[in-house]
Design a protein around this ligand. Structure first.
Ligand code: NAD
Length: 484
C-alpha cells in the first residue's frame, strides 16, 4: 500500500522503516529540513537497533523522505500522524502539532484516504481531528480518521514494532478497519516472519501479531491507560523499595516474590531512580487532565508522579549521605539517557540528578554510550566534563554513580572501577550489580531498596579500611525528613 508518515522522530522514522520492511511504499515526512537532508544522505538521527539496516535496505526503493506534506500525501492511501504531543503548561497534551498537520493536509486530501493518529493523544482526539480537517477544507466524504496507538519502546523500537504484543486498531467505520488490517496483514498473518531477510526475534517463538479491534475512543484510552499503568508499577515498586531499604530487606528478593504471581508478572518491577522519557511523565499528566475533564478525581495518578519525583530527590540525598557533603566532591556518572540502549534524554532522571548534584557544589564527569551529545545542552556548562569510557569517568572520583541501565555498564569490571576511583564508593541508582560481587571487588556499594554493602576487608588499603569503617550505614530513605 502507499503510506505517508508525518513526523520522522523516534516513532515516525521507525514506523516508516518498518512499514517499508513489511512491503509498503512509504514516504517519511518531516518539517525539519536538516533532519530530512541528513536522512537523504544516509545518516541515522537516532540510536535504535536495526534502524540503520532497515534504512539502508529500503531508502530509495520502498522508502523516501520529504519535507513537503501536501505533495507527499496526495497519493497516499493511509497517512499516519506521528508528531510530538508534549505536555502543555496546564498538564494537558499539547495538540498544536497535530492540529497544524491537520491544517496543512486538509487541502491535499482527495478520494478515499485514511488519516491515522499514531501519536499519543487524549481520548476524543479522533473527533477533533476529523473536525479540524473539515474546517480546513477537506471534503468530509473524502477521508476517514482512525486511531492506531504505538507501543514501541525506545532502544528496542524496531523489534517492538515488528513483533508487537498487540496491534490496536481503533476504527469507527469499515473502511478504516479494512485499510489498517491490510497494512498490518504481513504481521497479523505471519508472512513477514517467514521471509528469509526478516529481522529476527532473538528469544522466544512468535508467528503472528495479535490484532485488537476497538472503536477510536477505546484505542485512545488504551494507550493512555497502558502508560499510566506502567508508570504506576514503577512508582509502586520504588515505594516498596524505600520500605525495603529502611527495614533491611532486599528489593530484588521482594520483586522475585511479587513478580512470580502470574497476576502481577515480573516485568517493570525494577526499583531505581524513577521513570523518565518523553512518554510516561507527560502521559500520566495528560491522562490525569482527561479524568479531570470527566469530573473524576484520579488521585492515584497524582501519587504516581509524586513518588517518581521524590525518588530522584532521595537519590541525591543518598549520594550526599555517602559522601557527607557534596561541595567540592568529584562524581563519576554513568548514564545520561532516560533508560538504557537509547540516546533519548528527554525528562531523563539522570539529567535531573546531575543538575541537582552540581547545584549542590559537586563536579561531575559523565559517560553515556549514546546520549552525551544530546545531554550536553541540558547540563551545566561549569562543573561538568565528559569521559571517553566508563572507567575514564571513574578516574580520581570520590564516588561513581550509576544513573542509566545500559547493558554495557552491567558488564563492567568492578575491580578496574575500584582502581580508577579515589574512594571506592559506588551509588547505583539502577541496581545493576550483585552487592556481593561489588563487595568482593572492594567497593562500598549503595543501591536502591537493598542494604548498603561494605567491601571485603582483605581487599582494602589501610586508608580505605578507615573510610569503610566509618560508612557502615547510609541514612534510610524514610528516615526523619527524607520524605518532606
Ligand atoms: P519526536 O519529537 O521524536 O518526533 C516528532 C517529529 O515530528 C519531529 O521530527 C518533528 O520535527 C516532526 N514534526 C513536528 N511537526 C511537524 C509537521 N507539522 N510536519 C511534519 N513533521 C513535523 O517524537 P516521538 O518520540 O517520535 O513521539 C511522537 C508521538 O508518539 C508522541 O505523541 C509520543 O507520545 C508518541 N509515542 C512515543 C514513543 C516513544 O518511545 N518515543 C512511543 C509511543 C508513542
Amino acid at each position: 500500500m502507499r503510506i505517508a508518515v508525518v513526523g520522522s522522530g523516534y516513532v515516525g522514522l521507525v514506523s516508516a522503516a518498518c512499514f517499508a520492511e513489511i512491503g509498503h511504499n512509504v514516504v517519511s515526512i518531516d518539517n525539519d529540513p536538516d533532519k530530512i537532508t541528513a536522512l537523504e544522505r544516509g545518516e541515522v538521527p537516532i540510536h535504535e537497533l536495526h534502524l540503520s539496516e532497515l534504512l539502508d535496505r529500503h531508502h530509495n526503493h520502498r522508502l523516501r523522505f520529504s519535507t513537503s506534506l501536501g505533495d507527499s500525501i496526495r497519493d497516499a492511501e493511509a497517512i499516519f500522524i506521528t508528531v510530538g504531543t508534549p505536555q502543555s503548561e496546564t498538564g494537558e497534551a499539547d495538540l498544536s502539532y497535530v492540529e497544524s498537520v491537520a491544517r496543512e493536509m486538509a487541502s491535499a486530501l482527495r478520494g478515499q484516504q485514511l488519516v491515522v493518529e499514531k501519536s499519543t493523544v487524549p481520548v476524543n482526539t479522533c473527533d477533533s481531528l476529523r473536525r479540524a480537517l473539515v474546517l480546513n477544507g477537506a471534503p468530509s466524504q473524502s477521508f476517514s480518521v482512525a486511531s492506531n496507538p504505538e507501543f514501541l519502546r525506545e532502544g528496542t523500537a524496531v523489534v517492538d514494532f515488528l513483533y508487537p504484543d498487540r496491534i490496536v486498531i481503533g476504527a469507527d467505520d469499515e473502511f478504516s478497519r479494512t485499510v489498517l488490517s491490510k497494512i498490518y496483514a504481513p504481521l497479523a498473518n505471519g508472512t513477514y516472519y517467514r521471509q528469509r531477510e526478516a529481522i529476527r526475534l532473538h528469544n522466544g517463538v512468535y508467528d503472528r501479531a495479535p490484532i485488537i479491534v476497538t472503536n477510536a475512543k477505546s484505542a485512545e484510552l488504551i494507550k493512555h491507560a497502558s502508560n499510566a499503568f506502567l508508570a504506576m508499577k514503577i512508582s509502586f515498586i520504588n515505594a516498596v523499595a524505600n520500605i525495603s531499604e529502611s527495614v533491611g530487606a532486599d528489593i530484588q528478593q521482594v520483586c522475585a516474590g511479587i513478580g512470580s504471581d502470574s497476576r502481577i508478572g515480573p516485568k517493570f518491577l525494577n526499583a531505581g531512580i524513577g521513570y523518565g522519557g518523553s512518554c510516561f511523565p507527560k502521559d500520566v499528566q495528560a491522562f490525569r487532565m482527561v479524568s479531570e475533564q470527566c469530573n473524576y478525581e484520579f488521585g492515584l495518578l497524582k501519587e504516581v508522579t509524586k513518588i517518581n519525583t521524590e525518588q530522584q530527590r532521595l537519590f541525591v540525598k543518598k549520594v550526599q549521605s555517602a559522601l557527607w557533603t557534596l561541595r567540592g566532591k568529584k562524581l563519576g556518572v554513568l548514564g545520561l539517557a532516560f533508560k538504557g540502549e537509547t540516546d533519548d534524554v528527554r525528562e531523563s532522571p539522570a539529567i535531573a540528578i546531575v543538575n541537582a548534584l552540581v547545584k549542590e557544589g559537586a563536579t561531575a564527569r559523565a559517560y553515556d554510550p549514546a546520549a552525551m551529545r544530546r545531554a550536553a545542552d541540558l547540563l551545566p556548562k561549569e562543573g561538568m566534563t565528559f569521559a571517553s569510557n566508563p572507567y575514564d569517568a571513574a578516574v580520581g572520583c570520590d564516588a561513581l554513580l550509576i544513573l542509566t541501565e545500559w547493558r554495557e555498564f552491567a558488564a563492567l569490571d568492578l575491580e578496574r572501577v575500584r582502581r580508577a576511583l579515589r574512594h571506592p564508593i559506588v551509588v547505583d541508582g539502577r541496581n545493576l550489580f550483585d552487592p556481593e560481587k561489588a563487595s568482593r571487588a572492594g567497593l562500598i556499594y549503595y543501591s536502591i531498596g537493598r542494604p548498603a554493602c561494605m567491601p571485603d576487608r582483605s581487599l582494602l588499603t589501610g586508608q580505605e579500611e578507615d573510610y569503610a569503617a566509618t560508612s557502615h550505614r547510609i541514612e534510610s530513605p524514610l528516615s526523619a525528613g527524607a520524605t518532606s
